[in-house]
Design a protein around this ligand. Structure first.
Ligand SMILES: [Zn+2]
Length: 472
């Protein structure tokens, strides 16, 4: 089975077929850099990370574009509240986003256009929409998109277009589904915009872009400049972006190009923390750096995320995290064992085990990125593989290739643990004491030392080459 994906546009799982294979153009809506991104945002970025890695391992050549929203209602308000210019306020949060991305081992996009760096393309898009007669200048001085002049408006979100009130307008970037209205493409400059440096001259009046316009302009600009096309293969984001953001992106883009804006729309479900929606008020609002500072390993966060299908709501809680941490630890130990024992030839039963689990892993991800099933396949492979190694079987190139594929997509082993010199000396002394106890057949004392080591997070394994240890 080749890759199949659930397309929000058709509400169906479809075989994936890019416009010009092996090329795949992927656009993912990036963070609004008014503050730190929270782990709900990163859940979306992690599902896209699996998508990206799986596309590449399926032989596609991916161009991944992720925008940075550094001008919109929220960034302007936050910059003004901090008494800073827009750029001075957003730049540190942009850098923080990159740090958090790297902490979570998310593969960087190939290009990160900043909204403020793409203003000419946005002005040009508004101009073309005005020329086509689907946009108009309101009496408030802002430019709006007239949704009744774009007959397929509402197709993505399955909006009942009969409810559209002709001429009703909304200026804010975010608004409710119950309120489909003409939306702002370009907002007339207000004193607050001028104060933070978020206003630009345009033929239709000084102002600044609406959030939805930004993604249309940036994606069309990148696609046109690089490949001369106007259709994305995949557009992805969180489920909260379906309306109005993605609906408006489609309207703005297709009204100008006459081409489908994106062939496949993928949306990731929400993340809850300890049973409820994240909120500063409930004290369950978490950023990636909160987790980093609390010493949570990125491997565990990735596994926890992947254990729920991207289209299902995920609950982040301490039990789930502890379970993911233990599984991540097992994966790490298995990886090290494979490395230590790797031989020239595969034990035949080990090679067969690897082939079977690789098949399961591939089938799971091909089935609309079913990461929970992929994780289960790896977990099973680890259990069975350990059993084989316990009985002396050695892994070779076939086993190694299967492991590298799985580990290369999930990337969920613990970070390398740095062991201090003091601990090393103590462990080695304890291992020597245990060996001495075993020589005098004092197994009780040997077991006690093993427990003593375990209490400090050290695991030992007796091998023909001596006792090996690792910090976990
Ligand atoms: Zn967007």
């Amino acid at each position: 089975m080749a890759l199949h994906l659930y397309n929000t546009l058709s509400r169906q799982v479809e075989p994936f077929a890019p416009l010009h294979p092996p090329r795949v153009t992927l656009y993912t809506c990036g963070p609004t850099v008014w503050n730190y991104a929270h782990i709900g945002n990163f859940r979306t970025f992690l599902f896209q990370d699996v998508l990206r890695r799986w596309l590449e391992r399926s032989g596609y050549e991916v161009l991944h574009i992720m925008n940075l929203t550094d001008v919109d209602d929220r960034t302007i308000k936050a910059a003004a509240a901090a008494g800073k210019s827009l750029t001075a306020h957003t730049e540190p949060y942009t850098q923080a986003f990159f740090e958090d991305r790297d902490f979570l081992r998310i593969i960087p996009a190939h290009v990160y256009p900043r909204a403020t760096g793409s203003i000419p393309a946005m002005i040009q898009l508004v101009q073309r929409l005005l020329e086509k007669g689907v946009a108009y200048k309101g009496d408030d001085g802002s430019v709006y998109f007239a949704i009744d002049r774009f007959p397929t408006y509402g197709r993505l979100s399955r909006l009942d277009t009969r409810e559209i009130k002709v001429g009703a307008r909304v200026a804010s970037d975010e608004y409710a589904k119950e309120n489909p209205s003409d939306f702002a493409l370009w907002k007339k400059a207000e004193p607050l915009d001028e104060q933070v440096g978020a206003a630009w001259d345009a033929p239709f009046g000084r102002g600044r872009p609406g959030w939805h316009l930004e993604c249309s302009a940036m994606s069309l600009e990148e696609l046109g400049r690089r490949f001369g096309v106007q259709t994305l293969d995949i557009h992805a984001g969180g489920v909260d972006l379906i309306f109005p953001h993605h609906e408006d992106e489609i309207a703005q883009s297709e009204a100008v190009t006459g081409q489908p804006f994106a062939r496949v729309w993928l949306h990731g479900a929400f993340l809850n923390v300890r049973g409820s929606k994240m909120s500063k008020r409930y004290g369950n609002f978490l950023t990636a750096r909160d987790l980093n500072e609390a010493g949570v390993d990125p491997g565990a966060i990735r596994l926890l995320t992947f254990q729920t299908h991207y289209r299902k709501e995920l609950d982040y809680n301490d039990d789930a995290l502890a379970g993911a941490r233990e599984m991540s630890r097992r994966f790490g130990v298995f990886r090290d064992r494979l490395r230590e024992r790797l031989g020239d030839a595969d034990d035949p039963s080990f090679a067969a085990l690897a082939a079977e689990h690789e098949r399961q892993f591939r089938a799971a991800l091909d089935d609309d990125l079913n990461a929970p099933r992929a994780v289960a396949a790896v977990n099973d492979f680890v259990t069975e593989g350990n059993r084989l190694m316990d009985s002396g079987a050695r892994p070779g190139a076939r086993v190694r290739a299967a492991w590298d594929l799985m580990d290369g997509v999930l990337d969920a082993c613990p970070s390398v643990v740095v062991v201090e010199a003091e601990l090393t000396r103590w462990v080695e002394e304890r291992i020597a004491a245990r060996a001495a106890a075993r020589q005098t057949r004092n197994f009780k004392e040997a077991d006690r030392i093993r427990e003593e080591l375990r209490a400090r997070g050290v695991e030992i394994e007796d091998t023909p080459g001596g006792t090996k240890w690792r910090k976990v």
